[in-house]
Design a protein around this ligand. Structure first.
Ligand SMILES: CC(C)(COP(=O)(O)OP(=O)(O)OC[C@H]1O[C@@H](n2cnc3c(N)ncnc32)[C@H](O)[C@@H]1OP(=O)(O)O)[C@@H](O)C(=O)NCCC(=O)NCCS
Length: 154
């Protein structure tokens, strides 16, 4: 898998989809990343307005492919309702491919209907439910199940 330093700054600087643009806020080396892989965090800009964040963690550990997911996103409450998370994921796909991924694993919880709908509209396939182990961070917040989705990158 490609390392952070291998990805061209030109690609990192031009990620966008429709009216959404991604602005790199932080890149992590495997040594500094919580996920032990090179990872990227972006601000999601709608026009010029900061509307949320999205991260790509292109690793193949169980933690990433079954629990945390290789992409994480969040949209500010005031900016929700415009499908921005889906556009941000689409904007990130060229980077995922440049990192060597041929499929993406994304996860959410059964009660997160906005996230589930976002993934379904992107064409992600629901593959399975995964039981959250007691030592995973969200277990303490009461989460017990993850839904695991796959997006083919084609
Ligand atoms: C998940 C999240 C990023 C989606 O934000 P968004 O892009 O603004 O999503 P939208 O509000 O446009 O909703 C996307 C779709 O879900 C639907 N939806 C939203 N809330 C819903 C609900 N409570 N019940 C059912 N459907 C819902 C919308 O109608 C829309 O469907 P449509 O495209 O068919 O119209 C946002 O809710 C968020 O930041 N939540 C907190 C962080 C989070 O959960 N991140 C994901 C972790 S896996």
């Amino acid at each position: 898998m490609a390392e952070a330093g291998d990805i061209g700054t030109a690609l990192l600087g031009k990620l966008g989809c429709d009216d959404v643009r991604l602005r790199l806020s932080r890149s992590y080396s495997p040594d500094t990343s919580l996920w032990r892989v090179a990872a990227y965090r972006f601000d999601v800009l709608a026009g010029d307005e900061p509307a949320g964040t999205i991260s790509l963690r292109p690793g193949a550990s169980y933690l990433l492919t079954h629990l945390a997911g290789q992409i994480g996103f969040s949209i500010e409450p005031a900016c929700r309702g415009r499908g921005l998370a889906g556009k941000a994921v689409k904007a990130l796909l060229p980077l995922a491919k440049a990192c060597g991924l041929t499929e993406l694993w994304l996860t959410t919880t059964p009660d997160n209907l906005a996230s589930r709908r976002t993934l379904e509209r992107l064409g992600c396939a629901l593959v399975e439910e995964v039981t959250i182990p007691e030592d995973y961070e969200s277990y303490a917040r009461g989460e017990r199940l993850k839904l695991r989705y796959r997006l083919e990158l084609g």
